[in-house]
Design a protein around this ligand. Structure first.
Ligand SMILES: [Zn+2]
Length: 187
């Protein structure tokens, strides 16, 4: 099957230990309808297995796990991301900014996926002066969800104003989505 961004995010979430629809949704941020469709295709393609069990209310619940083929697919993708990251670092080291820009244009979701699979993290990107890689994408600092033009964004001053604990590493250039902001502990 031809893998799209959502597909690899979902398979990555399952490989990372998300077992239920709810957990996979929380990690991947893919909506439920789309997720269910993809899970069916994955199971038919032999990438995941599902076991039917019972939820706490005795309701039907499915538990998902990756097959060897599914794990292999995710690990290959992560290896590919690592290679691409090395390539980016090489462009930076060589001062080939134009080539880097072109490379990032050709690999549209690269920075997003590198964050999702923890190949890179925001503090590392900041240290390397590579924030431009993800700028314009407006990702939530915490969950990496893409922040739309009209979605609520919360910053360090907002955390302070409400007396909330500022997430480690959050700078004044970063934004949080409403869900992550609501989930912050009180100082
Ligand atoms: Zn968030």
């Amino acid at each position: 099957m031809n893998f799209e961004v959502d597909d690899i995010k979902i398979l990555g979430a399952i490989e990372g230990g998300a077992k239920t629809i709810k957990a996979i949704m929380e990690t991947s941020k893919v909506d439920k309808k789309q997720l269910e469709l993809i899970l069916v295709i994955f199971e038919e393609s032999g990438l995941i297995k599902s076991v039917e069990g019972k939820g706490i209310w005795g309701d039907r619940k499915f538990f998902f796990s990756p097959t060897d083929a599914g794990s292999k697919k995710v690990n290959e993708y992560i290896a590919e991301l690592n290679e691409k990251w090395k390539r980016i670092i090489q462009f930076v080291t060589d001062g080939e900014r134009d080539q880097l820009d072109e490379y990032m244009k050709q690999n549209k979701y690269l920075a997003n996926m590198m964050l999702y699979f923890n190949i890179i993290n925001l503090p590392a990107i900041s240290r390397l002066n590579l924030r431009f890689l993800i700028e314009g994408k407006h990702l939530c600092y915490k969950c990496k969800k893409e922040l739309g033009k009209y979605s609520n964004k919360f910053t360090v001053p907002d955390c302070r104003k409400r007396g909330l604990k500022v997430p480690k590493g959050l700078t004044t250039h970063d934004d949080l989505c409403a869900d992550c902001f609501d989930g912050l502990a009180v100082r």
